[in-house]
Write a protein of this length. Sequence first.
Length: 164
Amino acid sequence: MSRGERDCCIGVRLEAITTEVVAQLADYEATSTPWPWGEFRMHQSLSSGHHCYVLVEDKAIGYCVLLPLGEELEILNLVVFSEFQGRGYGRVLLDKIKAVARDLGASKLWLEVRADNLRARNVYLSAGFAETGIRKNYYLDLNGSHTRSTQDAVLMQCALKICN
């Protein structure tokens, strides 16, 4: 683990997202991923009762949206903003999500991730998630010719009793 990865956790906290910060988070997200949710979906999540958190140090580092499903919790979206990627914050965010999930009484976390997003898949695997299946043609993308192509999603889950 590099010095930057060791130091990334000092002073980092998870806060509930409020409507006042949605526009700023959407702007950060738009420069961090080719598939941003945007303000509308973030506001929808807040109004739908999803659990929405921002990871903060001196400023916003990333955010996540969680959907409670009985004793399970689905990670609907998880983003670490560009300037913080590759420094261990994704793992910190996952560890904090696991703590929230346990506090909510969840026994399992699960998510879908783009099959070609190897960096994210490796972070999830390092956090104790296991790949449990594939959803064929789950994600739609615009390719270079502006026609739609599809991409598989990898299903991943973490049993919180054994998930590190």
